[in-house]
Design a protein around this ligand. Structure first.
Ligand code: UDP
Length: 237
């Protein structure tokens, strides 16, 4: 089957991995997502994953802690998630490599761009963890950065509890409308809180499309790569 995208970055927030609980890891949801990744990988799509860590810790939410320390704690959370993901993928025979932005050689490879690309070319799933390795950034920004570095065709931005970008919070405002397509600049100007502005700007500057979709039904990922119009696409129209 012909796929629409050859190389993708799948950004999954920590919250999505918690299966709606908001904290911790749902092995069930990770397994469900893993089966879909196995499917699209078998279709020939090269899959890199950037995992969030908000199910454990968000740097900015600490009150009295030093922000840098707090952010490092958040980055460590993403590494916990990535190991759970690798375990779930390898249980169903999907060859997976975790790379960390902060060296932790006993448990994963350090991030090396050329090595990551080689893994992808060999059909392995690569999980980028530890964020970008820098405090004051997010894993959305990491997804934008890694997508630029590895020349990904698109970022699939998996959301929990919402299936695209709306003009307002659809849970609070029933009149809010869902966009099918948006320009980066509109996301920035309208202040749409779909990803942080650093991440949006990085995608804009490097012309990386972002597709925002709901992960409650992980099969959406397969539908997207095989060409269905799902969610909201953000690009330079
Ligand atoms: N983080 C960071 N630098 C990065 C990526 C992440 O400092 O490059 C920290 C930051 O504290 C962030 C936390 O890791 O709050 C978890 O990441 P994020 O909030 O992006 O996770 P998500 O919301 O996607 O689950």
């Amino acid at each position: 089957m012909d796929c629409k995208y050859k190389r993708i970055i799948l950004k999954i927030s920590g919250e999505a991995l918690s299966g709606g609980a908001g904290h911790g890891i749902s092995e069930e949801i990770i397994t469900r997502i893993s089966y879909v990744i196995k499917k699209i990988s078998s279709l020939g799509v090269e899959v890199a994953i950037v995992v969030g860590g908000g199910n454990f810790w968000r740097g900015a939410s600490a009150k009295d802690m030093d922000r840098t320390t707090s952010d490092y704690m958040g980055m460590l959370g993403t590494i916990i998630n990535s190991l759970a993901f690798q375990d779930a993928l390898e249980k169903i025979d999907v060859e997976t490599r975790v790379q960390t932005a902060i060296e932790m050689r006993q448990i994963a490879e350090p991030y090396i761009r050329r090595k990551a690309v080689r893994h992808l070319e060999k059909g392995r799933v690569v999980i980028f963890s530890g964020g970008s390795g820098n405090p004051y950034f997010s894993t959305d920004t990491t997804a934008a950065l890694r997508a630029a570095e590895i020349n990904a065709d698109i970022i699939l931005l998996a959301k929990n509890g919402v299936d695209g970008v709306y003009s307002d919070d659809p849970k609070k405002n029933p009149d809010s409308i869902k966009y099918e397509e948006l320009k980066y600049i509109d996301v920035l100007n309208k202040g749409l809180k779909i990803m942080d502005s650093t991440a949006t700007s990085l995608c804009m500057d490097n012309k990386i499309p972002i597709l925002v979709f709901g992960i409650e039904n992980p099969e959406n990922i397969e539908k997207i790569v095989t060409g269905d119009s799902i969610g909201t696409i953000i690009k330079e129209v």
